[in-house]
Every structure is written in C-alpha cells, then in structure tokens.
Write a protein that binds this ligand. Sequence first.
Ligand code: G3P
Length: 373
Amino acid sequence: MKSVWRESNQFTLLPEASRFLPAMFKVVSQAQDYILVELYLMESGKLATRVCNALIAAAQRGVTVLLLLDGYGAMGLSKEDRHRLEAGGVALRFFNPLGFHSLARNLSRDHRKIVVVDGKVAFTGGFGAVDEFLQAWYEIAIRIQGPVVNDWERLFRQLWDSRLTRGTGKTWLVRNLPDTSAAQRGEEGMRGRVIWGRGYRYQAIRHSLYQRVSSSRQRLWLCTPYFVPTFTLRLRLTRAARRGVDVRLLLPGSKNDHPGVRYASQRFYQRMLKAGVRIFEFQPTFIHAKFVVVDDWVSLGSCNFDHWNLHWNLEANQEIEDRYLADEVGELFKRNFASSAEVNVGEWAKRPYPQRIKEWLYGTLDSLLARLR
Ligand SMILES: O=P(O)(O)OC[C@H](O)CO
C-alpha cells in the first residue's frame, strides 16, 4: 500500500493521557459497526482492564471488535485477560509471536498504535495499554477524521489478514467489515497522509523524515524517548542547524525507562550541541511521545526515529501539512521545553568521567546492536 496525501481531514491533537484516553473510550463506547485496535504494548493492569471492559462491552452489543497485539509487546497480558476477551466476543490475534525462527524474524515487531472505529474516526500516537500511560509517562495522541481514516483501516486489515499473525480471531473477519469509505468525503480540512514502514524492507517513514530534515528552513523540533538516530539522520540534523535552522531535541531527563539507552543517546550530545542543536531534557516525568514538526509539516505516531525502530519494526505515523496544526504542535513543544532543562554546551563538555564511561559502554553496545542484520 502506497502512502498517498489526502485533502480535507480533521486532526485533533490530544496531549497527555488525561485527554486522549477519555476521547478514545468515548468513541469506543459509541461504536456501532466495528472497532479495530492494534497495539505494541498491552500488559494486565488497571488500564488493560479498562480497555478489555470497553471492548467486551462493545462486542456484547453486537459490534465487531478486532484486537491485534504484538506477540512480544503483549507478553504481559495474562491468560485470564486473554480468555476474558475471547469469551467476551473480542477477536484476538498476535503479530509474530516469539518462536524458534531466525533472530531477524523474532526482532521484527509490530510497534504501531492504531484505533479505528466504524471507519469514521481513528487515533494514533505513542500509547499502549500499560499502566505507565495513566500517569507515569508523558504521551500524546491524535484524533483523525476524514479520508485518511481509510488508510489507517487498510493498514490494519492487511496485517490482520496476513501470514504474520496468529490467534483465535478469524482472519476473514476483516473482509466482512462494511465499506465506510463513502462516509469520508467532502468536508473542509487538512492535508495528511499515513506513512508506514516495515523495517529495512519498506522505509517510507525514514525517507520522508530525511527529506524533511534536509529541506527544513526555519524550525525542526523533534521529540523522541530514545534518541539513537542513524548516522544519516545525525548528519542531516547537524547540517540543518549549521545552515541556521532552529533545531531542537526534546528528550527524556533522569526520569526514563531505559537508562542505558539514555547514556547511548548522550554520546551524541557534544556533536549536536557544537553544531548548534539545542537539547532539552524533560523533567516532570518520562516523556515517551514521538512527534516532530519541521516548518509546517508534522509527523506523529509510533516511530521513535531511532535506528532500531527504523530497521526492524512495523511503524506507522500520521503526517500532516498544515500551518495551524504545525503551530499548535509548536506551542506544545514550547510548553514542554519550559518544563525541561536545557543542556548547556560548556557544562556538557565538563561532565564527569563516570558519565563518559557509561556513554562509551552503552554507546558501544548500541553500535553492536545496530549492526545486527
Ligand atoms: O517501544 P515504545 O516506544 O512503545 O516503548 C516501549 C518501552 O520501551 C517499554 O519499556
């Protein structure tokens, strides 16, 4: 499926779980025909219980509910919850469960986050159904209406009905869903496209980002929880900063879920800072969101823009070309910069040796992992 720009969409930015969770649960509770949910992370707990309850309630009132989870990311979903979902009428499938196949196959994960309801509304972002999203992690999502919803639905349908998924949910269920594409025409709105990637096999997200970074003119603000970018991306970021673009990175501070990844990412700070890139470390909580604004272009979704995501995972982002939405995302960045500590180039150069040793250790490990093929 090719990524196509479509006009006349409506996008609503939903920063923080306190906004996107109620919005999603409301749409799910109002579903009439079908609900499609695709997640990387789902672990038994308070949020997963709420998700299960909402999906089962919909299935019980006759809505077709398909839940597609990554076979690794959902390992924390208990047998009880799986049985409860299936007994409640939710069709459940898993992408590529771990097995005795090649390392490459086991490393390929479905990292996408997609919710589609009745072919009319979709959501994407960095969310999952784990309790950390309730408060401990900062996350954002976007509500989507318009022609691009069909593209999100098509992504889901193709994967559900593919050789890569396993489970009791019948693959043919997606073929029986009503055709809602006609419901998406004719409203005023914004230009957007769904862009996706399948590791090294299909790299549209990577190429789109590279191209935008290289052609950036004024601002390039990027938020990722795991700043371990490819060499090409690092080069393009520093080049953009050197030619006068306002390049800023919003990254996790001391509150993060993988300190090793943070050390690996900090080995790039010196070079970035010297090139004029400004680095902000978010202080209130772990920032798990993945979004970027380059001039009037926004990309938001599952992709961390790191070499691991770009090389192995199935990823999907919503791209939007719209000045007003880009400014709204810019304002969100500004609020988050204000809650961050900016890394000072002079002070960073004087950081202590134990810190440098950790950067070297985790950086070496990261480089080795990047060579896995
Ligand atoms: O892969 P992400 O970006 O959804 O984050 C998942 C976390 O790493 C789990 O600890």
